[in-house]
Structure formats: structure tokens, C-alpha cells
Design a protein around this ligand. Structure first.
Ligand code: GLY
Length: 375
């Protein structure tokens, strides 16, 4: 076993890499790809709009000398554990059976490490399980019961009830609105007083202003929500994490873009990082985050790199059910990117999206660039 490993290591590290590059016409471009840094630069942390506290925490960790992977994961843990955020971790909206299934991925630039989990039940912090996959296994992605059993062996509590009163109530309201011919009814139909739990009152409409900060995309009754967080430190080392409860009311086992490397997250320590929120199916089909990083490799700014990838998402959206009367997508996708130099940017298909960023410890929400202005 060890001699096989040694052979592979020697072959990869010596002539094979150069010889392989030489056969491709783009070898020169690939060889020139790493973005050079002009000395020590400021650390930067970027996240989706629900990550203001996350970027603050991540920046504190980096400034205290912590690794970027620990920084971004500590940041998103705040949101995963927040019962008020209906898009991630504890309190995330469940699948059509009322079960919360979580997806997450992490990438650590300096070691080219990666780990991910999908359809994980019973654990509040899937990002930490993804880190464990990266640290303690030879695999990248564990799913479902296998991921949960792995987490149990690692000492995670895998029997958490991830539904809050609010997310359970919203699932019940959704279930009751599905068909007049089934046996599910709303409290109103039952003549019962409306449920008023968790201080939120009747079923929240994700289009309301307050909800926009939490749910980055909305398609009729189907909210998607997610947090992505990426960081670069003073030495140009980069990490990223994306974690989500995925599409609300999804078919059990549905996996979105968040735990899929290249789709919901991609980190190349020579170039930069990108992650996504919004309609995962659209990002999966276009391998969105990888596209953004490759655009940055070709020297596009992070914002332009995101916009170009969004153009591709739009070109790939041909299904009538996904288009509005103006022929444009009736959903949103957001990308959040930074490069090795500490430049950063975010963009969405539709105007109105924001992102969180911390530069030198000052955390703020900023407007994302966009392709189309909302009416
Ligand atoms: N972007 C999150 C999801 O579609 O699951």
C-alpha cells in the first residue's frame, strides 16, 4: 500500500504534471494562472446577506491568527445554530415529509482539502461534519444515513430535533395548502384559532422585507436559503464553506448545489473562492462557483466573474416553467467571490440582493451587482 502511494506521489510530483500540461494548447495560460500578491494584504471575509455576524466572527478568528477554514466555519456556525434563520441548520425549513435534511461543503485552499455532507439529518452543524469528512477520511462527500452514522462516530449529537415551532408551523401550513382533496387542513379550516408561536404570528410570506434578509430567493411557495462564507488571510490563504437546509418542501433526498464542489462552493488557493445561494439546480447545471473561479483565473474581477457566470445561468434557463413573462428567469441565483489579492464582489440575477463583507474588521452589508432590475 505504502509503495503504491509513494509511486503515485513521485509520479505526480515529477515529470507527469509538466508532460501532461505540455499536450494541451492552454498550457501557457494554465501555467501563468496563479494570481500574484503584492506583499502582505488585508484579510477579507465575504458571505451571503444572512452572514453579517458570520463575517465578523470569521474576521476575529483570522485576526487572532486562526486558519481561514476555522474562521469561516465558526462564522457560519452562528447561523446554523440560529433558530430564527429558516434557511440553514437548526430551524431550516424541512422537506415535504417535514424532515430537515441539511447539506454543507468546505474547502481549505492551502491543503487542497475538501469535505461535504448531503441529506444529513439530526445534526445542527453540518459544516462541522463536512470538516470532519475532510480531516478524518479519504473521501469528499458522505450522504444520508452514512453521513449521520459517521457524525455519530465522531461524537456529534445526531438526534437533535431540527424543527422549531416556527418551521414546523410553516411546514404544516404548506402541507395544508397542497390539495383540497387530501386529509390535511389548516387551523383556519379546522375552525381553530390561528397558531401564534415563536412570536411570528401567521405564516410568514418570504416576500416581506424582513424575510428577504433570510431567504435569498423565492419562487412562489418555494424558498431557498443558504449561507456561503469565504475568507482570505494576510498570507493569501483561502477557505470557503456553504451550508443550507436546501429547498423548502423538497422531495426527500433532493440535494442542491451547496455540498457539490464546483457548484455551491469552489476554492483554488492560487486564484480565489466563490460560493452561491439561490436556485441550486441552476447552479449545478452550470457548475457555477467553479466557473466564477476560472473567470477570476483569467483575470476578471470578482464581480465581473460572478456576472459572467450568471449570464451562463440565464442562457441555460430554457424551461417555460422557470421563465417569467419577460422571458427572464423567475428565480434568483447569487454568487459571492474573492481573489487572492483580497478583491471581492458579489452578483445576482435580480437586483435587490446584498452581501456581507468584513475588511480589516469592519463588517457591513453591501448591494450586489445584478443582471436585471426588478420591476
Ligand atoms: N442553493 C441551495 C439549494 O438549492 O439547496
Amino acid at each position: 500500500m505504502s509503495s503504491r502511494r509513494n509511486f503515485l506521489r513521485t509520479t505526480a510530483g515529477a515529470g507527469l504534471g509538466a508532460a501532461t500540461l505540455g499536450r494541451f494548447p492552454f498550457a501557457r495560460e494554465l501555467a501563468a494562472a496563479p494570481i500574484s500578491r503584492a506583499g502582505a494584504l488585508r484579510p477579507v471575509v465575504i458571505a451571503s446577506a444572512n452572514g453579517l455576524q458570520a463575517v465578523e466572527r470569521a474576521m476575529q478568528t483570522i485576526q487572532a491568527g486562526g486558519d481561514t477554514i476555522e474562521a469561516v466555519v465558526q462564522g457560519v456556525n452562528i447561523v446554523e445554530l440560529d433558530p430564527q434563520d429558516n434557511s440553514v441548520g437548526y430551524g431550516g425549513l424541512p422537506n415535504e415529509d417535514g424532515v430537515v435534511q441539511l447539506d454543507a461543503s468546505v474547502m481549505h485552499g492551502p491543503t487542497r482539502g475538501a469535505g461535504a455532507v448531503a441529506s444529513l439529518e439530526g445534526v445542527k452543524t453540518p459544516s462541522r461534519v463536512a470538516v470532519a469528512v475532510m480531516r478524518y477520511t479519504d473521501h469528499v462527500l458522505l450522504v444520508g444515513a452514512g453521513a449521520r452514522e459517521f457524525a455519530r462516530k465522531l461524537g456529534f449529537n445526531v438526534n437533535e430535533d431540527l424543527l422549531t415551532e416556527d418551521s414546523r408551523r410553516r411546514w404544516l401550513e404548506w402541507r395544508a395548502s397542497l390539495s383540497p382533496d387530501d386529509d390535511w387542513i389548516s387551523p383556519e379550516e379546522a375552525g381553530a384559532p390561528p397558531l401564534r408561536t415563536g412570536g411570528r404570528g401567521a405564516m410568514a410570506d418570504p416576500r416581506r422585507d424582513g424575510e428577504r434578509a433570510l431567504l435569498d430567493s423565492y419562487d412562489g411557495l418555494r424558498p431557498w436559503g443558504t449561507i456561503n462564507c469565504n475568507a482570505v488571510d494576510r498570507n493569501g490563504n483561502i477557505s470557503g464553506v456553504t451550508t443550507t437546509s436546501g429547498l423548502a418542501w423538497k422531495i426527500p433526498g433532493r440535494v442542491g448545489d451547496s455540498p457539490i464542489l464546483g457548484a455551491g462552493l469552489y476554492v483554488d488557493n492560487d486564484v480565489g473562492a466563490c460560493g452561491s445561494t439561490g436556485r441550486g439546480e441552476a447552479v449545478l447545471k452550470t457548475v457555477g462557483s467553479h466557473t466564477v473561479v476560472e473567470n477570476m483565473r483569467r483575470r476578471m474581477s470578482p464581480t465581473d466573474a460572478c456576472l459572467e457566470a450568471l449570464h451562463r445561468v440565464v442562457r441555460w434557463t430554457v424551461e417555460k416553467r422557470l421563465l417569467g413573462p419577460d422571458g427572464r428567469p423567475n428565480f434568483n441565483v447569487n454568487f459571492y467571490a474573492l481573489n487572492k489579492n483580497g478583491d471581492y464582489g458579489a452578483a445576482a440575477i435580480w437586483s435587490g440582493s446584498r452581501f456581507a463583507v468584513s475588511v480589516d474588521g469592519r463588517a457591513q452589508l453591501r448591494d450586489s451587482a445584478y443582471l436585471f432590475q426588478r420591476a
